[in-house]
Design a protein around this ligand. Structure first.
Ligand code: UDP
Length: 433
């Protein structure tokens, strides 16, 4: 039987955690559709938990009848495919209708083990949180929640043409914030948003930044990386990596490139705008929108759209780039920015959400207020035209990224798990009246 390990005065360590990732699977390719930083987070944390003898079962919705019920990701980490609703891709906004069968599937999986199979539940994103709370209550174990994104925060920073998050999500998040035993925020900013927008009690929030895989994302020779991607020496690659959606604003980079070329026409022959990632709704459903934009701005010849890439191949892209550009309207953290810096490539990003933590402004990259393409063009021009400035940022970038490894994330998560597992002090009398 699993059971938390109590180590004298030290915090309890769970033996087995039920991690919930309802709407997107850790087995999905990140960078397209609904798969992104959350998937990377779940995989990286689960792997490292397992290395520390904390077994992790990840529960995700089955999207295909042929999926095996359980897949081993690495020893100690299993992914459970729970049938809930019709197979195939479902719009995230309809998934709340399928919470009941999903919760039932989780309970059934647990019932196959001995009593007390899971010590703790950790939900990722509000839908998972709603399912996780129900399972945790049934099992009598603590529930830890990471929101990743929040409806009220997104709705306050919508890009033109983007649609607001539905009221159902807002209300679901309100309830979840009250029910979870502990809330994990990626940044202090997110912690403040939990308090400001959802009335969360500060004492239940812990800020734990996500990390970067410092073994895959390492600095490397820029010229060989350019060659490995088929670009000639001297190419100035401006890189966007991530899900193609309005909120991430890849169009700002394309507009900035057009301004850059207008400012310095000699750049046209060596400038490449690389957009790596797949469509992800959110106002950019139609394929071809970016190509159309590039054509209308007269820069179709420099824009290269690429499908989602593996982690190793992404590292080559970062190493080859002059800069990675992250002009998002809202970003709970911005793993792409940290990965780029870990590879020694400066980042030009919007000063929103977690990007203020992910990028050390003026040290490992540049943070800009707003989304004016002219300002992005000016910063990118400086990086192209002043090699010493770029070299200074590139030199500092891996050092900044090194402060954000996943090991630290996992250490801090285990501390919070320990606090959640600690026997609760009886409520003071005043609170009982
Ligand atoms: N990603 C990837 N391949 C791609 C594009 C993106 O593996 O082709 C990964 C990227 O490396 C990062 C994640 O997807 O780890 C995106 O996370 P981020 O926090 O930047 O954005 P989110 O998707 O959470 O909004």
């Amino acid at each position: 039987m699993a059971g938390k390990v109590l180590l004298g005065d030290r915090a309890a360590v769970p033996s087995r955690v039920a991690t919930v990732s309802l709407h997107t699977s850790p087995l999905d390719q990140p960078g397209t559709g609904d798969a992104g930083g959350l998937n990377v987070y779940v995989v990286e944390v689960a792997r490292r938990m397992a290395e520390r003898n904390v077994a992790v079962d990840v529960f995700t919705r089955a999207t295909d009848p042929d999926l095996p019920p359980v897949v081993e990701l690495v020893p100690g980490v299993n992914v459970h495919h729970v049938p809930a609703g019709p197979y195939g891709h479902l719009d995230k906004n309809t998934l709340a209708d399928h919470l009941c069968p999903f919760i039932f599937g989780m309970l059934r999986a647990e019932a196959e083990g001995a009593p007390g199979h899971y010590d703790l539940v950790h939900g990722h994103y509000w839908l998972s949180g709603r399912a996780g709370v129900a399972a945790a209550r049934r099992w009598g174990v603590p529930m830890v929640q990471t929101m990743h994104t929040m409806a009220r925060v997104k709705n306050a920073a919508l890009a033109d043409g983007d649609s607001p998050e539905p009221e159902l999500r807002v209300k679901g998040e309100d309830q979840l914030v009250r029910q979870a035993d502990r809330l994990i925020a990626n940044t202090d900013d997110e912690a403040r948003q939990l308090v400001h927008h959802y009335g969360a009690s500060e004492s239940r929030i812990s800020t734990i930044p996500p990390g970067v895989d410092l073994e895959t994302f390492t600095p490397g020779d820029r010229r060989s990386a350019l060659r490995s991607l088929g670009f000639p020496d001297g190419t100035e690659l401006l890189l966007f990596v991530g899900r193609v959606q309005r909120l991430k604003a890849p169009d700002v980079l394309i507009r900035a490139a057009a301004e850059l070329i207008e400012r310095d026409p000699s750049l046209r022959d060596r400038l490449v705008v690389g957009v790596v990632g797949g469509l992800s709704g959110g106002g950019m459903h139609e394929p071809g929108l970016l190509t159309e934009l590039a054509r209308s701005l007269g820069v179709a010849d420099v824009v290269r759209l690429e499908p989602p890439q593996s982690r190793a191949r992404l590292a080559d892209h970062y190493r080859a780039a002059t800069a990675t550009v992250v002009p998002s309207y809202s970003e709970s953290f911005g793993l792409v920015a940290v990965e780029s810096q870990a590879c020694g490539t400066p980042v030009v990003a919007a000063r929103v959400g977690g990007l203020s933590t992910a990028v050390a402004d003026g040290v490992s990259g540049v943070l800009l207020e707003g989304h004016d393409p002219a300002e992005y063009a000016a910063e990118l021009h400086r990086l192209v035209a002043e090699p010493a400035w770029r070299a200074k940022l590139a030199d500092a970038a891996p050092r900044h990224a090194a402060t954000l490894g996943w090991s630290r994330t996992v250490d801090e998560l285990l501390d919070v798990y320990g606090q959640a597992l600690a026997p609760r002090a009886p409520l003071p009398m005043a609170a009982c009246r």
